[in-house]
Design a protein. Structure first.
Length: 370
């Protein structure tokens, strides 16, 4: 292709399309962070929307990809001039003179009287990237992935263990949530997060999930020995469970995460006491199991009755935010043989008779299933 047969409106979309096929990150960076200001067949002037995007372009393989694609599309390739927000970058930010990409623009002068904006910390930027990615996922209809990002405790930008030049983002989540970030979920999260990070001037090649470290104190040995002696399983230990424990809640040797769980457990015990011994129910608080997807889950209660198995989840008042993730989990349980799943919201419930009514409804539905 020669420069005599192409104008600016034709050049930029074609250029981006070839770059997209060559290097997706370069396409994300340029398509969302640059525009064509000037092209006369010999000079292509690009305006970068932020200093971070400019730094990412000149300090990554994106720059060489841009030059290579221009050389393939145009003969001879134009000289590329880069501006940042319509101005020449300050001298310390100028790239090396290697390669055809240059930084200058006829008639443009650098602004020296503009006070520099205060630098944001990397942590602040990363958390903004996390939040914006979650909202984009939600707006794109991927509510399950968005809900999981809402439970991320922290986010870190770390060098990749695959290559010295690659950069990873590590999502730090409670241990019980790690399994929910399946390949499918990460495949939905990663492209958007890479895109959002690039718009903030951050290079991200991969997104990984790692468990949050448990909180420990100077008495950690004594605490751990007590758990081992008492044979407290991780699924029944509020300190190790991802849900934040509210005080020391325990009944009959079972540890609970909330007062609402205790109310449901007591109601199940009352229902159990009213049934004959040859037709009773078994109650398993906070059991931990592995579902068909390979993930580990811990329902609030597993209940067996008349040869059928049901699950009770005690939802918190804010739990509607995780509807999509819960729906996916419910499907996994049903596919694994769970006959009935009941989600109980106890907001405003305190009297035993009110909780008893909800539990009786659950047992009735479980018994009616065939």
């Amino acid at each position: 292709m020669t420069d005599g047969t192409i104008d600016t409106q034709e050049l930029w979309p074609q250029l981006l399309q070839v770059i997209k096929e060559r290097m997706r990150f370069a396409w994300i960076l340029l398509s969302h962070n640059a525009s064509v200001l000037f092209y006369d067949g010999t000079t292509l002037t690009l305006n970068m929307f932020s200093p971070g995007a400019y730094d990412t372009l000149i300090n990554s393989d994106c720059r060489s990809v841009l030059d290579e694609v221009l050389a393939e599309l145009l003969n001879p390739p134009p000289v590329v001039e880069l501006l940042v927000q319509g101005k020449i970058p300050s001298p310390p930010d100028l790239p090396s003179t290697e390669g055809p990409t240059q930084v200058h623009a006829p008639g443009a002068v650098p602004a020296t009287d503009m006070p520099p904006e205060p630098d944001e910390t990397l942590t602040t930027i990363l958390h903004r990237v996390l939040a914006q990615t979650a909202f984009l996922l939600y707006e794109d209809g991927m509510s399950q992935a968005a809900a999981l990002l809402a439970d991320v405790e922290d986010i870190e930008h770390v060098p990749s263990d695959r290559s010295e030049q690659d950069e990873d983002v590590a999502l730090i989540v409670p241990l019980y949530l790690v399994g929910r970030f399946t390949r499918e979920v990460l495949a939905a999260i990663q492209p958007l997060l890479v895109h959002v990070a690039a718009r903030h001037g951050l290079l991200v090649d991969n997104v990984s999930v790692i468990p949050a470290l448990p909180e420990t104190g100077d008495d950690w040995r004594q605490s751990l020995q007590e758990k081992l002696i008492n044979k407290i399983s991780p699924s029944q230990d509020p300190g190790l469970c991802a849900k934040e424990a509210v005080g020391a809640l325990s009944r009959d040797g079972f540890a609970f995460d909330s007062q609402e769980q205790v109310l449901v457990y007591e109601a199940l015990k009352r229902a159990q006491a009213q049934l004959p011994q040859d037709s009773t129910i078994a109650v398993f608080p906070l059991p931990r199991g592995r579902v068909g997807s390979g993930s580990a889950w811990a329902p609030d209660f597993l209940v067996t009755a008349s040869g059928r198995v049901g699950v009770i989840e005690v939802d918190q008042p804010h739990h509607h935010e995780h509807f999509a993730a819960d729906a996916a989990l419910d499907r996994s349980w049903r596919n694994s043989g769970i006959a009935h799943i009941e989600r109980i919201l106890l907001k405003g419930f305190s009297a035993d008779r009110e909780v008893d009514f909800l539990v009786r409804e659950f047992l009735t539905r479980l018994g009616e299933l065939h």
